[in-house]
Design a protein around this ligand. Structure first.
Ligand SMILES: [Zn+2]
Length: 397
């Protein structure tokens, strides 16, 4: 069940030992030579070999039983509304279900599914500030939902962006979902947002549902938002030559989503690889959406891009962790001292044909999750949604 879970706090000392594979989230060094992690009060304190790390006086000790540990997965593109309810599919508990898919943090691309969503400027600002406050204070299952992402409309002025930033808004909803669809107008507002420290994402491709619009490469390049939102369409993708142009003509983040065109997603990955710019690749689900919510969506993206995209699995995990954290300026997503103690423990699924976890993902299988930890607190044990893993971690005390 969803519950209120405060950020950080004095969760004490957590020791995780006997880690069989430590995935760092860092594309430059995706696997660490260590088997033990110590966290104190929700922050990573030490990473190393068992004999070199002080494991005394732990409040909680976990035997990973040889499972892999990765930073908690980050969904770079979701559309939450309020609490753990989505009106898009009238579903309860969807965020808690994502937690069971290894997602510990999600980024709102706009609270656009709110029935009767206000489109006047005062109303859209009020909604964004309310959503930011509400998700800051309420974390379903412990999942960090970074929300309060206004959908920009015609007539907004620089003062509106200054006011939003002052009120704590840090994101724009997808540019193009509101009345601002022209490149020059979007460019002006994105620049105002950036000036006040608000990060922006632009809708890319055909309309997602009746009422949203078509945004082609020229508008995306002119607007110059920080994130090329769902470069593989949501669902309808741009022609592949336009996707190539987006990858080649700018340095903004290349966001590939589950609820998009899979061929276009794999092609965008290939272009990023050819350019030597895999650090730009980040993953989202773009859910809830017309095709539903996908609790295992980020894991499915990792398996898709690794298997059909011919990418080592340890790199694919970085797309959904360290890459997103760096681009979104989050304090999680990397196994480094001082970062948030957000972890997923997993192993290859029972009866996978893969030799081990990485080989199973490379062969297109999803891993089995045995435990998820957020801010140094165990949130779930064996996932109710993934296939069962061969090995499952145990809380020793
Ligand atoms: Zn979109």
């Amino acid at each position: 069940m969803a519950d209120v879970a405060p950020a950080g706090g004095p969760s004490g000392k957590l020791v995780i030992r006997n880690i069989g594979l430590l995935l760092s989230g860092d594309l430059d060094r995706p696997i660490l030579d260590a088997d033990t992690i110590v966290a104190i009060d929700g922050r990573i304190h030490a990473i190393g070999k068992s004999k070199d790390v002080d494991q005394s006086n732990a409040k909680v000790t976990i035997d990973a039983k040889g499972c892999a540990l990765s930073p908690g997965l980050i969904d770079s593109h979701v559309h939450p509304v309020f609490g753990d309810w989505t009106p898009r599919q009238n579903q309860l508990g969807w965020i808690d279900s994502f937690l069971n898919g290894g997602v510990t943090c999600m980024i709102s691309a706009g609270e656009v599914h709110l029935p009767g969503r206000p489109k006047d400027i005062v109303g859209l600002k009020a909604l964004a500030i309310t959503a930011q406050r509400a998700f800051d204070a309420f974390r379903p299952g412990g999942v960090k939902v970074i929300a309060g992402a206004p959908v920009i409309e015609k007539g907004m002025t620089e003062e509106d962006f200054a006011e939003l930033a002052k009120a704590g808004v840090k994101l724009l909803g997808e540019v193009g979902l509101g009345s601002v669809k022209a490149g020059d107008e979007a460019k002006r507002m994105v620049a105002w947002a950036r000036k006040y420290g608000i990060q922006s994402t632009i809708h890319t491709g055909g309309p997602s549902v009746p009422g949203s619009g078509y945004i082609d490469k020229d508008v995306v390049l002119e607007a110059d938002a920080d994130v090329i939102g769902h470069i593989n369409g949501g669902h309808t993708a741009l022609p592949l030559d336009q996707i190539r142009c987006l990858c080649e003509s700018c340095t903004r983040a290349i966001e590939i989503v589950h609820n998009g065109n899979e061929l276009a997603g794999l092609t965008a990955l290939r272009y990023a690889k050819e350019l030597g710019q895999l650090h730009r690749v980040i993953l989202g689900t773009d859910s809830p959406a017309g095709s539903g919510v996908q609790p295992l969506g980020i894991l499915r993206m990792i398996a898709l891009l690794s298997s059909l995209g011919d990418t080592p699995a340890e790199q694919a995990f970085c797309f959904a962790t360290g890459n997103t954290a760096k681009i979104r300026q989050l304090d999680c997503g990397l196994i480094q001292e001082g970062k948030a103690a957000d972890f997923v423990l997993m192993d290859k699924a029972q009866h996978s044909s893969g030799r081990d976890l990485l080989d199973s993902v490379r062969k297109g299988d999803l891993p089995g999750i045995g435990m998820v930890i957020i801010d140094g607190v165990v949130r779930i044990g064996r996932s109710r949604n993934t296939p069962p893993a061969e090995r499952v971690p145990e809380i020793v005390h």
